[in-house]
Design a protein around this ligand. Structure first.
Ligand code: MG
Length: 328
C-alpha cells in the first residue's frame, strides 16, 4: 500500500480497519507457513491476519469477552487494559491496571486478571470492584502472576514467574519471597494450592480438550540466560494433581509465551516467529508468521474460530477452520 495511507492509519488509529484486511504489498510473504499437510485442516494457506490495533507497547493477556464489549487486551508496559470492540473501536477498561498481564473468564463470565505490580490474581465484579483471589502463598507474597486459565471444574490455574519483579517496564523491582516459581490452582472454594515447582519460569498455560493434560511454557531463556528453558511441558492431570511433566516442544530461539488448544487438541504457542501450531503428539504443523515476537493468543469471535494474537505493540486476528475447546 502507499506510504501516505499508511501514515494516515498510524496517525488516526486503526478503528476503521479493525476487522478488514490490510492491502497486500507486492512482495508480502505468505503468513501461513506449512510444515506438515495436517495444517490444511486448521487454516487456509492464503489466510491473512488482520491488524486490529498497533498503538500498544507490549500487548498481552488476550481474552475474548463479548459481555465486556469484545477482545480484552492487557498492555502490560503501558499499564492499562483496553477492549477492542467488534466495530474496531478501542475503549479503556482499567487505566492504570497495575501492570496487568494474563486474563481469562471464570465459570460465571467474570474477568480474572494477573497483576504484576500488585503481585496478585483478581476478579472483577459486576460493579467494577476487584476481589483478590490470590496474593500470597504460605504467608509470603507471590512473585508476579503471569497467565491464568479456567479448568473444567471451575478452578483457576495460574503461573507465577518473576518477570514482573525483574523487568522494570513490567512492574516493581523486588526480591522474590517465594523459594520457587510455581503453577498454582485456586479451588472454587477459594483455597490456593501449589501444583508444581518443576518449571523454571512458568508462563503460558492451557488444558487439553479432555482436561487430562496441562501444557505450560517454560521461559527461563527470557531472562537473558542462553541456558534457560525455551520449551513447552506437558503435565498429566490426575485427580486434580499434576504428574511428572514430559517435554512437548522446544524452540531454537526466543521462548514460547501464551498457549491455546483447539477442539482437536492441537497446541498453539506464541513464539518469536509467530504462532506455532503443534499436533497433539508435539510435531510442528506450521505457523502463522509475524515480523515481531508474539506474546499471547486466544480463540474467540462469533463462532469461536477467530484466533487473536499479540505481537509487541500490535494485536491481530486470523480466521481458522477450527475453534477452541470452549470455556475451559
Ligand atoms: Mg505470558
Amino acid at each position: 500500500m502507499q506510504r501516505p495511507a499508511r501514515r494516515a492509519i498510524l496517525q488516526h488509529g486503526l478503528a476503521a480497519l479493525a476487522f478488514t484486511a490490510l492491502p497486500r504489498t507486492a512482495c508480502a510473504a505468505p503468513a501461513v507457513r506449512v510444515d506438515d499437510p495436517g495444517l490444511a485442516a486448521v487454516v487456509a494457506p492464503d489466510a491473512r491476519p488482520r491488524l486490529l490495533y498497533a498503538q500498544g507497547r507490549w500487548c498481552e493477556g488476550l481474552c475474548y469477552a463479548p459481555r465486556l464489549g469484545g477482545l480484552v487486551v492487557s498492555d502490560v508496559r503501558a499499564n492499562r487494559i483496553l477492549v477492542i470492540g467488534e466495530d474496531g473501536g478501542i475503549r479503556p477498561l482499567r487505566d492504570p491496571s497495575d501492570n496487568a498481564n494474563g486474563n481469562t473468564l471464570d465459570g460465571e463470565g467474570r474477568l480474572v486478571t494477573c497483576e504484576h505490580r500488585t503481585r496478585r490474581v483478581v476478579r472483577a465484579e459486576a460493579d467494577g470492584r476487584l476481589t483478590i483471589l490470590a496474593d500470597r502463598h504460605r504467608g509470603k507474597r507471590l512473585n508476579s502472576p503471569n497467565d491464568v486459565v479456567l479448568a473444567a471444574d471451575g478452578a483457576l490455574w495460574f503461573t507465577d514467574p518473576v518477570f514482573g519483579i525483574t523487568m522494570p517496564d513490567e512492574g516493581l523491582m523486588a526480591a522474590p519471597e517465594q523459594a520457587a516459581r510455581r503453577v498454582y490452582r485456586i479451588d472454587p472454594s477459594g483455597r490456593l494450592d501449589a501444583m508444581t515447582d518443576a518449571v523454571g519460569q512458568p508462563n503460558g498455560l492451557a488444558f487439553s480438550p479432555d482436561g487430562r493434560i496441562l501444557y505450560v511454557s517454560d521461559t527461563g531463556a527470557a531472562l537473558k540466560n542462553p541456558e534457560g528453558a525455551r520449551a513447552i511441558l506437558a503435565f498429566p492431570v490426575e485427580g486434580g494433581r499434576l504428574g511428572a511433566p514430559r517435554p512437548f516442544a522446544t524452540l531454537e530461539a526466543g521462548v514460547p509465551d501464551g498457549l491455546a488448544v483447539d477442539e482437536g487438541g492441537r497446541v498453539y504457542a506464541a513464539c518469536f516467529d509467530g504462532i506455532r501450531i503443534f499436533a497433539p503428539d508435539g510435531h510442528l504443523l506450521g505457523r502463522i508468521a509475524t515480523a515481531t515476537a508474539c506474546a499471547n493468543l486466544t480463540f474467540g469471535g462469533p463462532d469461536g474460530t477467530r484466533l487473536f494474537f499479540s505481537a509487541g505493540p500490535m494485536v491481530h486476528a486470523i480466521d481458522l477452520k477450527v475453534r477452541s475447546t470452549g470455556p475451559r
